[in-house]
Design a protein around this ligand. Sequence first.
Ligand SMILES: Cc1cc2nc3c(=O)[nH]c(=O)nc-3n(C[C@H](O)[C@H](O)[C@H](O)COP(=O)(O)OP(=O)(O)OC[C@H]3O[C@@H](n4cnc5c(N)ncnc54)[C@H](O)[C@@H]3O)c2cc1C
Length: 485
Amino acid sequence: MAEVLEVAVVGGGPTGLWLACELALAGVRVRVFERRAEPVRESRALTLHPRSLEVLALRGLEGRFLERGRPLPTGHFAMLDTRLDFSVLDTRFPYTLFLPQAVTEALLEARARELGVDVLRGHTVEVLRQDDEGVDLEGTSGEGLFQVRARFVVGADGARSAVRRLAGIAFPGTDVTRTAVLGDVTLGEPPSQPAIGIANTRGGVMVVPMAPGVHRIVINDPLREHVSVREPVTLEELRESSTRIAGTDFGMKDPRWLSRFGNETRLAERYREGRVLLAGDAAHIHFPAGGQGLNVGLQDAMNLGWKLAAVVKDGAPEALLDSYMRERRPVGDALIRNTLAQTALMSATQETLALREVMSDLLRAPDLNRKLANAIGALDVGYASLEVPAPRLDAPLLPEWSGRRLCDLDLTQDEGTDVALYAALHPGRWLMLGFGSGPLPRWEPGWPPRATQLRARRPVGRAELRDVGGMLVRPDGHVGWAWAA
Ligand SMILES: Cc1cc2nc3c(=O)[nH]c(=O)nc-3n(C[C@H](O)[C@H](O)[C@H](O)COP(=O)(O)OP(=O)(O)OC[C@H]3O[C@@H](n4cnc5c(N)ncnc54)[C@H](O)[C@@H]3O)c2cc1C
């Protein structure tokens, strides 16, 4: 009989690669099918936001990314003058990491291969059929047709997802109504500040440094915003728009990449259809404002990985997979709403400019700034209580803690050894964390729990943990259950 994979991931972009890493870490037999024969050299995304860095740190990988990127303590919302201050956020990573998507993908692919994932490049999936036991995929590669059967398939195959279409999942939303352009260029006269945004009634220009000698320039030009997304961009177009809007073309030359992109906005109606799941751009697309798409894709994968592994490997009920959509679709929805709001704030009318001033002024209030910075950094994502059975204990449960994201806590074990919370989660297992010396509760979810046990002193300086006796932490660093001291 032909081989049956446990999971087939279609698409080897950041979402698919991270998902494959998570599955392989849990011992799942997974293969990635990627249409492109070679990695992409151009980078759409340029940043990893705080929660994505936490996701990497939850597996001990942050160092590889930090050493290749450049931290920037601020982010932006709609290129408003008042920048978002990431430096005050409650995380070990209070910044956004400038790192081109091509490097992020290369690092993720290297990790996947280290974990034994088969990444098959030059393989395009074209046919999908599912039954009660599995999913058949067919497609073409350089060597001709290929066929494979898997127990589950994840479509991480981007905005035009074939998996989504073949699984019959609708992708409602709106078509492109506006386009913008970008160029990765050398600037003869770069701006004096590292990142600048200019907005006026003529349009908007953003300039950010990408690599030594290379800047990215992004332009919203109302005179050109109806140009089709398919029309190639020229350096001349970029120069003309920049000069008209910003009064200078910054001496741009030597384009590495010129691209036009649009504001098509859609959210998949469902993230699961039987044995087929969607993640990343296959599930949500939007105008790329605030640098979020790749980040949310990684975080989708982090949520799905351990659940799918628990179903495939540990006999967890398939209903656990429904919690993936319950938890992540609202995040996709919020992403769409914040990018729509940013798109509105980026139109070049007098009214919008006035609104931008009001918003910029409001963002000088630390609380508001922090709220938005937390949202863009994805540190505000919490989930409603997950339907896995609670541990057996005498102490009362603290339901308000369920689903909360935990930042990396400095813990000290009773015998005096220091351990960081995230380090205890590196194996990707549930963690039973008890504060104080009482016995740890029993946990019998009905499927093997794979929980690591850790007893530690309650961390100092964390008033919110004062009344917490312990917690069962999910593999993705969110609280499953917490109980009273
Ligand atoms: C101009 C621009 C700037 C952006 N800037 C940022 C930013 O700063 N920060 C940020 O977080 N995000 C940004 N994004 C968004 C980000 O690039 C995407 O959200 C991210 O790439 C999504 O990752 P993914 O893995 O879900 O999909 P993709 O990166 O699209 O990967 C999907 C993969 O699936 C493969 N594939 C497709 N069909 C098939 C098939 N049938 N069979 C096999 N393989 C297939 C593709 O070849 C591709 O490699 C930006 C986007 C744009 C357009």
